[in-house]
Design a protein around this ligand. Structure first.
Ligand SMILES: Cc1cc2nc3c(=O)[nH]c(=O)nc-3n(C[C@H](O)[C@H](O)[C@H](O)COP(=O)(O)OP(=O)(O)OC[C@H]3O[C@@H](n4cnc5c(N)ncnc54)[C@H](O)[C@@H]3O)c2cc1C
Length: 397
């Protein structure tokens, strides 16, 4: 059996694992990443809408003192410009800003104004000349604000994060990886056994960055309390030859956005990706009913948009949160140490930098400095770049 020793082992190759890989290697730690799945990228991350947002302003007394969600958009902007902690200049920016809009009634206008005022970041009220093309129709009588926070192509983000470290990213199915623990939940060794591959890894620190897979990993290290919560959402994809690019949240008089639309490359064309209340409330609908519900929302809110012949498809997907967090606005990434293991759930794409910062601070506090050399090539398979679910679905009219 081959044996390697390494400073850090990351389990999970979604955004949190790949971001952390970059952060740790940049800080000088030798690091390996093992991903369960042939396709790298992570189920939540590959299917994320890619919206970087700083959430809502907190009331002064409630603002956490430590770095949190409000600080994230500026960090991302720096990375995207090439002057931040990671170089993300090659990430495809789908839109430099997002739109907040409402239908024409008074209550919706008042709520939109409130949402625009409470949003973190630069928000501008737009005159009709500057409306995004989707809302330029004479039939639209509502208001529109622009929020200067970008929407990223998550697929390109994940590829950019993986590319410089392809030599330390490996693939192994969950059932082929066994964690050997010692006292107080500390990991002594991780064994990978599949066919001729017999490998023992001695990591000094282990990062559980496996999204929903963390539930099983926590049990493997002897944590049996339920620490994870799943919040499913029923997303809908709409394909049509003439969809205008749009990235925005529709606010009516309810607290949550009623409809969120982002536009993504899909095959040789593009598609609208529909979230918001209609997706959150649609988890008990089957695909036909969910598509009907979304068609109804689009027809009600955007009746001028020609969707004749549009093709629809839907899928259910879980978003993962720590059991004790507010699902509405997790303001910091969840990072929790157990012995030499670290549980990591960013809970939002936008919070990945915060997870990295918390981990570097935690390692410094534990006085874990880089000490082992980066291992050479291992006799394991390597994953290929992943694709979002919508690339694999056949759409229906
Ligand atoms: C539909 C949707 C839209 C979203 N939109 C946004 C948005 O616009 N903006 C935003 O900020 N956030 C958004 N999010 C949230 C964001 O995508 C997630 O918080 C983030 O991607 C989580 O990344 P992750 O790496 O922790 O998990 P994942 O992306 O799920 O990756 C973890 C991966 O680890 C692998 N794994 C599992 N078990 C093991 C194991 N034992 N060993 C090794 N690997 C394992 C699996 O392949 C798994 O997919 C969205 C989420 C969803 C579902």
């Amino acid at each position: 059996m081959d044996t390697v020793a390494v400073d850090c082992l990351i389990l999970g190759g979604g955004l949190s694992g790949l971001w952390l890989l970059n952060v740790l290697r940049r800080a000088g730690y030798s690091t390996l990443l093992i991903h369960d799945g042939r396709e790298l990228g992570g189920i939540q991350s590959l299917n994320s809408a890619g919206m970087i947002h700083g959430g809502r302003r907190e009331l002064p007394g409630l603002t956490p003192k430590a770095e949190h969600l409000q600080d994230m958009p500026a960090l991302w902007e720096n990375c995207l410009r090439g002057s931040g902690e990671l170089d993300l200049r090659d990430v495809r920016i789908l839109a430099p800003e997002q739109h907040l809009w409402c239908p024409g009634d008074l209550r919706s206008r008042a709520n939109l104004l409130l949402n625009a005022r409470l949003s973190v970041g630069k928000v501008r009220h737009l005159g009709r000349d500057h409306f995004p093309s989707l809302l330029k129709s004479p039939g639209f009588t509502g208001h529109v604000y622009a929020l200067e926070q970008p929407v990223l192509d998550a697929v390109s983000l994940l590829r950019v994060l993986a590319k410089p470290h392809a030599d330390c990213i490996y693939q192994a199915d969950q059932q082929d990886v066994h964690i050997q623990t010692g006292d107080l939940h500390s990991t002594k060794a991780v064994f990978v056994r599949k066919g001729k591959v017999q490998l023992r890894i001695h990591p000094r620190q282990v990062f559980l960055a496996a999204g929903a897979g963390n539930a099983a990993l926590l049990q493997d290290i002897g944590i049996n309390r339920p620490l994870m919560r799943r919040r499913p959402i029923h997303m809908v994809c709409v394909q049509h030859a003439q969809l205008p690019d749009f990235y925005g949240h529709c606010h009516d008089h309810e607290r949550r956005p009623r409809l969120t639309i982002t536009t993504h490359p899909s095959g040789s064309g593009k598609m609208w990706y529909i979230a918001g209340a209609v997706a959150e409330d649609g988890v008990d609908r089957d695909e036909t009913l969910q598509i009907q519900a979304v068609k109804h929302e689009l027809q009600t809110l955007l009746p001028w948009q020609n969707l004749h012949g549009a093709r629809f498809r839907s899928f259910l997907i879980d978003r993962i949160y720590p059991a004790d967090s507010s699902p509405w606005q997790p303001v910091r990434a969840c990072v929790q140490p157990f012995g030499n293991n670290w549980l990591v759930w960013p809970t939002r794409l936008a919070l990945a930098p915060n997870a990295g910062h918390q981990i570097l601070a935690g390692l410094a506090q534990k006085q874990v400095a880089p000490s082992l050399p980066q291992p050479g090539p291992l006799p394991m398979a390597q994953p290929v770049p992943g694709r979002p679910l919508w690339e694999m679905l056949q759409t229906q009219v």
